[in-house]
Design a protein around this ligand. Structure first.
Ligand SMILES: C[S@@+](CC[C@H](N)C(=O)[O-])C[C@H]1O[C@@H](n2cnc3c(N)ncnc32)[C@H](O)[C@@H]1O
Length: 208
């Protein structure tokens, strides 16, 4: 994602009532934070927020936490969230590599939407479906584990299928052209961009 530095990003984020700045203080207490025991869904790399906003509106019976490693990107999401009357979303500006510092065994589902594909072999370990990340996810899932992934990138999709399979995940759904189906689909910013360039959107749902 091209990054334009946003002046005062920190201040803008801090002003949003559902931005979490004390990132480690809710570990094992996220249900308290939401004020209910609804399932908690985590989107990693939420970007500018269209997916989490659409999902939170479509599923008020679920809670959503979005994380994004760049404050300047998260600001764009927060600007949209502030215009909505949404109470079931919380957002944090953190990196996925430290998830176990922020969550106990509390997460129902992880969404990976158009994660950076890291095409160079020497960067494969940075892929969010690399085995080290899958191990980290083990530490935050409530019971079982469920990952839902969308991407335009064939190589990242293939490597994710292999990595998840090798790690013991079972596939509930694999779709090679999501937009050709009737499936309900909340679109992301990247999804719209890449689909409009003719890329097919790949989709999977997997559990352990
Ligand atoms: C290609 S963009 C996709 C954004 C959005 N999910 C979408 O589909 O439009 C990937 C996003 O993931 C974020 N990201 C990448 N690695 C991350 C990590 N380790 N932890 C948190 N966010 C990450 C990037 O900063 C970027 O905003």
């Amino acid at each position: 994602m091209r990054l334009r530095n946003v002046k005062n990003a920190k201040d803008i984020l801090e002003n949003y009532k559902y931005f979490i700045s004390d990132v480690c203080s809710n570990k094992n207490e996220w249900s308290l934070k939401f004020g209910n025991k609804n399932p908690i869904m985590l989107e990693i790399g939420m970007g500018k927020g269209d997916f989490i906003i659409g999902m939170a509106k479509a599923h008020p019976e679920w809670n959503f936490i979005g994380i994004e490693k760049y404050e300047s990107v998260l600001v764009r999401a927060v600007e949209k969230l502030e215009k909505e009357d949404i109470t079931n979303v919380r957002v944090m500006a953190v990196d996925a590599k430290n998830l176990e510092e922020y969550f106990g065994n509390e997460i129902d589902t992880i969404y990976l939407n158009f994660s950076d594909p890291w095409p160079k072999k020497r960067h494969f370990k940075r892929r969010l479906t690399y085995k080290d990340f899958l191990k980290t996810y083990d530490g935050i899932f409530k019971s079982g584990a469920r990952i839902i992934l969308k991407t335009d990138n064939d190589s990242f999709f293939e490597s994710s299928l292999i990595s998840l399979n090798n790690y013991g995940y079972v596939f509930d759904l694999v779709i090679l052209d999501l937009w050709s189906t009737e499936r309900e689909n909340v679109k992301t910013e990247y999804e719209i961009k890449f689909a409009s360039k003719g890329f097919k959107i790949k989709y999977l749902e997997a559990h352990k």
